[in-house]
Design a binder for this molecule. Structure first.
Ligand SMILES: Nc1ncnc2c1ncn2[C@@H]1O[C@H](COP(=O)(O)OP(=O)(O)OP(=O)(O)O)[C@@H](O)[C@H]1O
Ligand SMILES: [Mg+2]
Length: 371
């Protein structure tokens, strides 16, 4: 996919704004607070009907207004046009329209506009706790496998249901594992089985892509590996039985804690640099380069598994890598995909040889006054 233009209304600091993009390289230049990240956020909202920055749509609405709107015109393979529109109002909630028709479920949208976003918030992937890495994994798998996304939602729904049962049983001082709990656990297990199977395969397929991208952008002579620590660590064939047994055995404890203490929602993904976990030993530079390699690999992985071309949204990329590697990445991606890179540094663009007069790119200038 390629986004041709974008229109924002009451979106964060933008009251109204229109952008026309280049099908290959777009460099968004502007001082801090001028709205660069917001442009990427808006594209992401169209693609996933969800922001990468917040789950609260009301935060996105301009402080003085009661609603926001985002419109985008995309072109896909075979020059098919997709018009997307996300409207959110503080009174009526969110509505998404695809070619003017209301979208019934978010699952319909997922994967249609494949995107990769690299933002400063992503530092938690290599540096933070397991939740950030699980999000990373779920985002990739959801974009290439709609069934995965559906099962993930199903799993979360069943888990919430189970946790509310646990809390109510605790209040009633009930600890007996009964048929009601078992029925929910069976549904939870069905969804979990799918997640586990796909995650297992993902790790095997993703590592070579990750390693290849890491070698391309770094001088570090160490091997990177992504490892999955499964909370229910068992073979495919036994998973269902083992998980159900675990849920049953732990039930009294789970009632005491008021939450479910086993299952794929507790899987951990670790990133090894050499034989050490980067989270514990990585230098600042190593974190940056590993993060970019993960994101490049994400893009390539998604690209190879579905027909549409992936849109790369790379916030402040130039702050993460040295000149040679930045240029290499931008050059490689922009040959095949549409890419957006933000920066505050006009001098850097000049130094890197990016030029307004080059027809293969567009430099979009933002200023606080205009927005
Ligand atoms: N709901 C909102 N209403 C009005 N303004 C907002 C809202 N949310 C955020 N802003 C403002 O929008 C501006 C643009 O932020 P944005 O993060 O896009 O800037 P940026 O150009 O990426 O800056 P930086 O270079 O620091 O990353 C900020 O000044 C922020 O305070
Ligand atoms: Mg920013």
């Amino acid at each position: 996919m390629v986004i041709k233009n974008l229109r924002l209304v009451n979106f964060r600091n933008y009251l109204t704004a229109n952008f026309t993009f280049h099908p290959q390289l777009n460099l968004i230049l502007g001082e801090n607070g001028s709205g660069k990240t917001k442009v990427l956020e808006a594209i992401q909202i169209l693609a996933l009907s969800k922001s990468f920055r917040t789950n609260v749509d009301a935060d996105i609405v301009n402080h003085n207004e009661s609603y926001y709107q985002v419109f985008g015109e995309f072109e896909g393979i075979g020059e098919s046009e997709v018009n997307l529109n996300v409207n959110f109002s503080k009174n009526d909630g969110k509505k998404v329209f695809i070619n003017k028709y209301p979208l019934k479920k978010r699952t319909e949208m997922v994967g249609k506009i494949p995107t990769v976003i690299l933002s400063p918030d992503n530092q938690n992937i290599t540096g933070g706790g397991p939740a950030g890495r699980r999000d990373f994994l779920n985002r990739i798998l959801s974009q290439i496998d709609r069934e995965y996304f559906k099962q993930l939602i199903e799993y979360r729904t069943r888990l919430l249901q189970r946790n509310s049962i646990l809390v109510s049983y605790k209040q009633k001082r009930k600890t007996k594992y009964d048929a009601y709990v078992e029925a929910n656990d069976e549904l939870l297990t069905k969804a979990a089985e799918y997640l586990q199977r796909i995650r297992f395969r993902f790790i095997e397929d993703f590592n070579p892509v990750f390693q290849h991208n890491f070698e391309k952008i770094s001088h570090i002579q160490k091997l990177v590996i992504l490892k999955m620590q499964f909370n229910v660590n068992t073979d495919d064939a036994d998973f269902g039985k083992t998980f159900l047994r675990k849920l049953r055995d732990r039930f009294p404890k789970d009632v005491e804690f008021g939450r479910t203490t086993c299952g794929p929602h507790l899987d951990n993904l670790i990133v090894l640099l050499g034989d050490k976990e980067i989270r514990q030993v990585g230098s600042q530079g190593e974190h940056k380069v590993v993060l970019v390699a993960l994101k490049m690999a994400e893009g390539q992985f998604i690209q190879n598994r579905q027909p549409e071309s992936v849109i790369f949204l790379l916030d402040d990329l130039f702050a993460l890598l040295d000149e040679r590697h930045c240029l290499k990445i931008v050059d490689e991606i922009s040959r095949k995909n549409q890419i957006f890179v933000t920066t505050t540094d006009a001098g850097l663009l000049k130094k890197y040889g990016f030029d307004e007069s080059n027809p293969e790119m567009k430099i979009i200038h933002l200023s606080k006054e205009e927005s």
